[in-house]
Structure formats: C-alpha cells, structure tokens
Design a protein around this ligand. Structure first.
Ligand SMILES: O=C(O)CCC(=O)C(=O)O
Length: 360
C-alpha cells in the first residue's frame, strides 16, 4: 500500500533543480510508472472538446448535450471552450501563478506548509514501500479558497498582490462555472440538478497550483502520479502551451494538449458516487520534460463539510441499486486526508461489496 505523508516538509524542487545535475536524486526516481507513449501521437484518440456556449443555447437534449454525456461516460474528462470566463482574468491568473513560483525562498517560506498541514507551498512524501519514500517532480501550492471562513489566516491574505485579488475573482468565477457544468451534467443524466446540489450544499473549493521544473531525466520521474480527483468536479487550467497532462483511456495514456482559452474539466470521485457510477472519475497523471517548466492550476469543487456523500436518491432504483455507501462528508475527507489508503483507489473504500454492506 502506498501512503501519503503530510508530516515531513519537503524542500523546494525549484531550488534543487537549479543545481543542474545530470541524474535526478534517488528520491525522485519513479520506477513503477507506465512507460511513456511511444507511438505516433496523431493516432491517439483526442480528449473531447465541449462548447459551453452551444450547450447553453441549444434546445433540450441537443447534440452538444449528447457530446457532454458521452465525454463524461467514456472519458470522465473534456476540454471546455467558449466557457464565458473573462480572458483577461485568466491571463492575470496565469501570470500570477508564474510570479508566485518566482518568489524568493524568503518570501515563499511565509507561505510554506506546516507539519501535518497540506496547505501552502510544498508537497507530500509518498511511502511506496517499507524502506522507500518517493517524491514527485513538482512543487505545489495548495489552498482552501471557498467558503472564505475556511481560509487559513496566514495563507490567502499573504498571497502577494495583485495575484491575491485576481485569485479572489477567479475563485468565484470557477465556482459559478462548476455549478453551470454540474447543472448540465444533471440535465444530461435526466436528473434534477437539485439532487446533486443537495448533497453538497454551498460547496467547498480548493486550488492546487502545480509547478513542474524542467528535468534532466524526465523518463525517470513523474510530475504527478496516476490518480483520480477526490472532488465533485475539477477545473484545470493549463497555464502554458507545454504538454504534460495525460489521461488514461482504454489502457493508454492520452495527452490532453493545451488548447487556447480552454479549461480541462474532470469528473471527480464524489461525482462518480453521486451518479452511482454512471459517470466515472478517470485516472490521470502529469509528466515532465527536459526543456521547459510547466504550470497548471487545478480548482477542485466538492461538497460542503456538513453534508453527506452517496448516490443521489433519484438515480437509485430497484434495477439500479446503490453501488456506494452514503457517508458524511467529514468522514469521507478525514479518511482521504489520513493518507492511509491505496493511493489510486480511495473511492474503492466506498463501494458496496455485498448486500450486507450498504447504507449509511
Ligand atoms: O498538471 C496537470 O496537468 C495535472 C494536475 C492534477 O491532476 C492535479 O493537480 O490533481
């Protein structure tokens, strides 16, 4: 079992990578990853592209809604274009993310993780076997953004201006966009969107800004290991044109090429549970390259702490019995944050194994 350890503070990879070594330090060597894609990438399937403006303007059950339904069923991922989020705001946020990772170490230290806390700059160490710890080739900045009262006083208020202000507006825009997409997902499934929303109330949001420095041996490391997201929905912004995000489709790793002015949307584990497995979260990972740095910003939208997570009532019938248990959000995330679970499959702990294992 691979576990995540939040108690050890990891030094900045950006600083380490400045040393210009030719072989990566042992802790970063990842020997158990699937090989990179070999074949000519034009023959690979392309992540579906969904046009939000078409979705919002077409009649009920139009072709774009069908595309959305297929994308969620077959990929658990899609690229969203014509999303309506102000382009200037997105550009400001991209610039701010670069500036955040360009801060001096002195400034970064004020925003660094504290032992046992996953928020701030830093990453967690993975315990891959009894004697082996492993690090991913990434520096992260992770922060709870909404609702505002969950923000740590030493973090959000200390993000340098003007990025802090842009992030403030971006959080709200991302929340609105998530709600729009969730409404459309409910429509595609023939559900009442209230069914989904009831389970997460006002909703919680966190963000992870990932910085992947160039790596002298990219084939020996992994930026982010294969995982599914523990959110309801994730909105990912690929900040640069550098590729890195890969999605597992029919056993193959398919690159999600950055498209101009698009967000990558992914179905999270919580959505898989709410939809009783009709839409599934999909494994994805981030690879790195030897020449260019890469930044991505993942905005995770999830249920509010006081609610519960389980298959939506309207989707559970005698023919489609619940595949997942219903648990409180607090228990769900406490289990997740403990790190004591098989890394890629936290959702498996929620699956109903047999007829005696259901219910809350
Ligand atoms: O960097 C990427 O494109 C992937 C980011 C991601 O999967 C995450 O932050 O969970």
């Amino acid at each position: 079992m691979e576990t995540a350890d939040f108690t050890k503070l990891i030094p900045s990879l950006k600083e380490l990578a400045k040393k210009k070594f030719s072989t990566v330090p042992d802790q970063y060597v990842c020997s158990d990853q699937d090989p990179p894609i070999q074949s000519n990438t034009t023959s690979l399937p392309q992540v579906p592209v969904i046009d939000l403006s078409k979705l919002l303007s077409e009649d009920a059950n139009g072709p774009e809604l069908e595309k959305l339904d297929l994308a969620c069923k077959e990929w658990g991922f899609f690229q969203l274009i014509n999303h309506g989020v102000n382009i200037e705001l997105v550009e400001n946020v991209k610039r701010g993310a670069h500036e955040l990772f360009d801060l001096t170490m002195e400034e970064k230290k004020k925003l660094w993780q504290k032992p046992g806390d996953m928020e701030g700059f830093g990453q967690m160490q993975l315990q891959v076997s009894e004697n082996k710890q492993q690090l991913e080739w990434v520096d992260r900045f992770y922060i709870f953004t909404l609702p505002k009262h969950l923000r740590k006083p030493h973090l959000f208020p200390n993000i340098p201006l003007p990025f802090r202000d842009h992030l403030e507006t971006y959080c709200v825009e991302m929340r609105q966009l998530a709600i729009k997409v969730i409404d459309l997902i409910a429509k595609a499934l023939g559900m009442d969107s209230k069914d989904i929303k009831d389970s997460f109330g006002i909703g919680g949001q966190s963000m992870r800004i990932n910085y992947y420095p160039p790596c002298p041996q990219p084939e020996h490391v992994i930026g982010l290991k294969a995982h599914t997201d523990n959110s309801t929905l994730t909105i990912l912004l690929q900040v640069d044109e550098t590729e890195g995000l890969e999605i597992k489709k029919d056993g193959m790793w398919v690159p999600a090429k950055p498209l101009p002015n698009a967000f990558v949307i992914s179905i999270g584990d919580v959505m898989e549970i709410i939809t009783n497995g009709m839409y599934q979260s999909t494994e994805h990972r981030a690879t790195v390259n030897s020449q260019k740095e890469r930044i991505s910003i993942a905005t995770f939208y999830g249920p509010e702490w006081d609610g519960s997570i389980g298959p939506a009532a309207s989707i559970v019938t005698p023919q489609t019995p619940p595949l997942f248990k219903t648990v409180s959000v607090a228990d769900y995330y406490t289990g997740f944050l403990s790190g004591q679970y098989p890394k890629k499959s936290y959702i498996d702990l929620m699956r109903i194994q047999n007829n005696n294992d259901g219910g809350s």
